[in-house]
Design a protein. Structure first.
Length: 121
């Protein structure tokens, strides 16, 4: 699994799996859509892809941190997030950041990192 920097996409420490921040880049086209909706959906697909590589799924996630370029996207991201995570949803933090990297012609608008467990309690 390729990364955009000198880090592992997922790192196991005991029963926990730490998933590096995933962004809204399509792994095939290497491009990011310009909309927050499309990028948020792609981020969650990318997280699922990382989880697949270690035999886990979104239900395995116990904690996420969301980084938003624009805090005004908070509600839109919440709506998408709720479609992908069933109750009880993971613990979560969400912060606005001053910038995320640019890919192709479109700036990145969202990044999500996660912590998962093999057997979520």
């Amino acid at each position: 699994m390729a990364t955009f920097g000198p880090y592992s996409p997922v790192y196991q420490a005991g029963e926990f799996y730490f998933i590096s921040g995933q962004v809204g880049i399509d792994p095939i086209t290497k491009q990011a859509d310009k909309s927050i909706q499309a990028q948020a959906e792609q981020v969650l697909k990318n997280i699922q892809g990382v989880l697949d590589s270690v035999g886990l799924n979104l239900d395995s996630i116990v904690k996420t941190t969301i980084f938003l370029k624009d805090i005004d996207d908070y509600q839109v991201v919440n709506e998408i997030y709720m479609k992908h995570f069933a109750e009880p949803r993971p613990a979560r933090s969400c912060v606005a950041v001053s910038a995320l990297p640019k890919v192709g012609d479109h700036a990145l608008l969202i990044e999500i990192e996660a912590v998962a467990m093999k057997e979520r309690k």
